[in-house]
Design a protein around this ligand. Structure first.
Ligand code: CTP
Ligand code: MG
Length: 222
């Protein structure tokens, strides 16, 4: 059986709500609760561990641990508190539009390739992306056909994730996703086509969009 880790311990600086992002109320539930509820629907997952901000109340029905100083440190702490489960699904609480269906597809992709160490949700980039120097001048236009915007959920073989996270805290702090650590170690990471709807709540604008999308899912009667 699989285990799911939700990282929810960030402070939400860019959202600027004056309290941790995971605790912000979104369409009637704390932001983190949307991810917990989506993961609960997945039959292959029998345990959910959530890395929470210090002193935050623990959500019901999950194992809660204190998060660390960086995202990857929070992943490491959550993994240390998890039982035997393998594969390990990692998800950011900042993506409340997660669906059980996407989690199942990510796990299935990993299980369908013996050589893969991870399978990650991602969407092709629609904007043209340019490299810009510190003075504000463009130095390169990247080939968009090769670019994917990476999301969570990300599913990992447990030993690959444990090895990837076995790094000094300063190096862990530089990682923006765990799959990047696997790639660095020469591991094989598969991409699973996801929807742009699985958006990340970073700034107040994202919170408004997420609220609208969740209201639409609930249907016209709310
Ligand atoms: N996260 C975490 N522990 C940290 C930092 C981040 O568990 N020390 C989690 C966040 O709670 C979030 C995910 O990692 O679910 C992605 O991080 P991000 O969107 O950057 O959230 P914050 O760090 O909270 O936001 P900000 O960077 O604006 O402060
Ligand atoms: Mg952050």
């Amino acid at each position: 059986m699989a285990v799911a880790l939700i990282v929810a311990a960030g402070s939400g600086e860019r959202l600027g709500a004056g309290r941790p992002k995971a605790l912000i109320e979104l369409a009637g539930r704390p932001l983190v609760q949307w991810s917990i509820d989506a993961l609960r629907e997945v039959p292959g997952i029998d345990q959910i561990v959530v890395a929470m901000p210090p002193r935050a109340p623990a959500p019901a029905g999950v194992i809660a641990v204190d998060g660390g100083d960086s995202r990857s440190e929070s992943v490491r702490r959550a993994l240390a508190a998890a039982g035997e489960g393998d594969p390990v699904v990692v998800h950011d609480a900042a993506r409340p539009l997660l669906t059980g269906e996407l989690v199942e597809r990510v796990i299935a992709a990993l299980e369908g390739d013996d050589r893969a160490d991870a399978a990650i949700a991602a969407a092709p980039v629609t904007d043209t992306v340019k490299r810009v120097d510190p003075a504000g001048a463009v130095t390169e236009t990247l080939d968009r056909s090769e670019l994917w915007a990476v999301q969570t959920p990300q599913a990992f073989r447990r030993v690959a994730l444990e090895r990837a996270l076995d790094l000094p805290a300063a190096e862990l702090a530089r990682a923006t996703d765990d799959a990047g650590l696997i790639e660095r170690a020469g591991g094989k990471v598969l991409v699973v086509r996801s929807s742009e709807e699985n958006l990340k709540v970073t700034i107040p604008f994202d919170l408004r969009v997420a609220e609208l999308l969740l209201a639409m899912r609930r249907g016209p009667r709310g």
